[in-house]
Write a protein that binds this ligand. Structure first.
Ligand code: SF4
Length: 65
């Protein structure tokens, strides 16, 4: 992916609490799925946009750092 991560390009992941945006030294960023750490069904870096995901959890106000 080139350039900063466009939230709209990530689909469901953009609003999922399992998403972790990982910046690279080249100024771009990747969308990492935290579920991949414990569940091999989820790729570490899912192919975007994700349009359907059984593990989706909507990010709430409490998750905003
Ligand atoms: S659980 Fe699904 S929607 Fe959430 S970050 Fe992972 S792949 Fe994206």
């Amino acid at each position: 992916m080139n350039g900063p991560l466009d939230p709209s390009a990530a689909g469901l992941c953009a609003s999922c609490r399992q998403q972790q945006v990982v910046p690279t030294t080249r100024g771009s960023s990747f969308s990492l799925c935290r579920r991949s750490r414990e569940d091999e069904r989820y790729p570490r870096y899912p192919r975007l946009p994700v349009v359907r995901c059984p593990g989706y959890e909507r990010r709430g106000e409490e998750d905003v750092a």
